[in-house]
Design a protein around this ligand. Structure first.
Ligand SMILES: Cc1cc2nc3c(=O)[nH]c(=O)nc-3n(C[C@H](O)[C@H](O)[C@H](O)COP(=O)(O)OP(=O)(O)OC[C@H]3O[C@@H](n4cnc5c(N)ncnc54)[C@H](O)[C@@H]3O)c2cc1C
Length: 459
């Protein structure tokens, strides 16, 4: 592959300033280090900075401002919009800020801003503690917190941000501050859902919770309209200790899929129940009554749901996210129809029933404000040939239009590169206005703009 090189002589000064921490195009490790999971624009940064302390990060920010470089903040590299990298700019790669320090007496944990979800859960497990994250162990903790964090324990313990106690943030002007309820409270509010707009989070403190017993794993059901609607209804009436992430998609070519379901649609669900085995069995009974094709749900560690690295995605996704209140049989038929008609190698409709603790937090308490939303939807249709991109984009747009109900919001962490109107829809009116005012206070020049961008309010 031929890299487009963005050599600017000033970069030499950054290399001198941060010895051993800056990698440039042409360096042996540059190609490997620049990779993020999704990079629709094939970005080639001018420099990658890795292993930087908060003081180093402050210097990089100052350098980028002085010389007019765009900045990207990279944690786990899982942004579906490719925001963890930037063409011709400087990437602050936080992967090495991965310390995890558990304080058992207070059940709290300090986590480096570049640690992965898996690293945090692994460190907590021997203490019988947990923080609720999403469904991928490879996602960065700073990234998931920046958007909210919806996953396996959300109905029981709330979004990931609902467990955040404090965070250390390097600001656009180079200062680093501690944000918490009593220190920089506006910043503390904004970083919990404001999408990476306010600074670089270098450390986060979470309140962990006990997890004495857990049952979870994969449940595969036939992907019929009746089963989809019944599954969602069961998930909406399930105890809060149960969260499920359901994906309707063509059956993957896996040994556990019976021959009769090969190439057919299946509902592929990850089930999670926090609590004793007998209560888990009772909570799972309505789902098992739907006639699983494969059932691997069993008592065991939560970490087993994060086994193995995520692997290479099957191409580049066109994605859409939105909220609905219910999935009727008609809506389920629409899902089945769209999935059946598409000719892409991989397409899926993901359904996450919310409710419980996520919805009990008042909307104004954090920048993730869609606390009334009942079901989070995520559509993905993959392409390998760029010529197919518009077809895949039309598919997700059309399906979103067909399924959309009254709720007009979107979840910022599931947005792709969809333009300012979609970013705006991640935040209800008062939240958006407050975020813009706080952006003006902490980042008036919009230094942190490689994200779902919130422009500073005008003076
Ligand atoms: C396979 C997969 C599964 C997912 N599952 C879930 C899920 O179950 N639940 C859920 O809620 N989300 C989920 N997500 C979405 C994920 O939370 C977001 O994409 C998140 O932004 C990824 O963070 P990252 O650090 O890995 O990504 P990066 O690409 O490294 O970063 C993305 C953006 O986050 C911001 N950011 C990252 N770290 C920091 C930091 N330390 N300080 C300031 N800003 C920062 C920056 O704006 C950056 O551009 C999933 C994504 C993928 C690809």
């Amino acid at each position: 592959m031929i890299l487009r090189l963005h050599t600017r002589p000033e970069i030499g000064r950054l290399v001198e300033d941060l010895p051993g921490k800056v990698t440039l195009p042409g360096d042996p490790v540059f190609e490997q280090n620049r990779r993020v999971l999704f990079d629709p624009d094939g970005c080639v940064p001018a420099a990658l900075v890795r292993g930087a302390s908060p003081a180093d990060i402050s210097r990089v920010i100052g350098f980028a401002r002085q010389h007019g470089f765009d900045l990207a903040i990279r944690g786990g590299g899982h942004s579906s919009a490719g925001h963890g990298t930037v063409d011709g700019g400087i990437v602050i790669d936080l992967r090495d800020l991965d310390d995890v320090a558990v304080d058992e007496p207070t059940s709290t944990v300090w986590v480096g801003g570049g640690a992965t979800v898996r690293a945090v859960l692994k460190a907590l497990e021997p203490h019988g503690l947990v923080v609720g994250f999403g469904d991928s162990g490879d996602v960065g903790v700073g990234g998931i917190v920046s958007g909210g964090g919806i996953g396996y324990l959300s109905r029981l313990h709330g979004a990931t941000i609902d467990s955040v106690l404090a965070a250390e943030v390097v600001l656009a002007d180079g200062r680093f501050v501690m944000a918490g309820p009593d220190s920089e409270p506006d910043l503390f509010w904004a970083i919990r859902g404001g999408g990476g707009n306010f600074g670089v989070i270098t450390r986060i403190q979470f309140q962990a919770r006990p997890l004495p017993a857990f049952t979870g794993g994969m449940l595969v059901l036939p992907g019929t309209a009746e089963t989809i609607a019944a599954f969602v209804a069961a998930a909406q009436t399930a105890p809060e200790a149960l969260s499920a992430i359901a994906m309707v998609m063509p059956a993957p070519p896996a040994p556990f899929i019976p021959e009769a379901y090969k190439d057919k649609l299946v509902l592929f669900a990850m089930m999670a129940f926090a609590g004793p085995d007998d209560a888990a069995a009772a909570a799972l009974a309505p789902f098992r009554a739907l006639g699983p094709v494969f059932d691997a749900v069993k008592p065991g560690p939560l970490l087993s749901l994060y086994d193995g690295p995520g692997g290479e995605p099957p191409g580049m996704p066109e994605t859409r996210t939105f909220f609905v209140d219910r999935i009727s049989k008609d809506a389920a038929r629409t899902i089945v129809g769209f999935l059946t008609e598409s000719d892409s190698a991989m397409r899926m409709v993901q359904i996450r029933v919310l409710g419980g603790a996520v919805n009990r937090v008042p909307s104004g308490d954090t920048a993730y404000a869609h606390r009334d939303a009942q079901i989070m939807m995520f559509l993905a249709n993959f392409y390998s040939d760029p010529a197919d991109r518009s077809k895949r984009s039309k598919w997700v747009d059309d399906l979103m239009s067909a399924l959309r109900q009254e709720h007009e919001g979107a979840y910022v962490n599931f947005l792709g590169d969809e333009g300012p109107a979609r970013t705006r829809s991640a935040y209800p009116g008062p939240t958006w206005d407050r975020l813009r005012r706080i952006k003006r206070q902490y980042d008036p020049e919009n230094v942190f703009r490689r994200n779902q961008n919130i422009p500073p309010a005008s003076a």
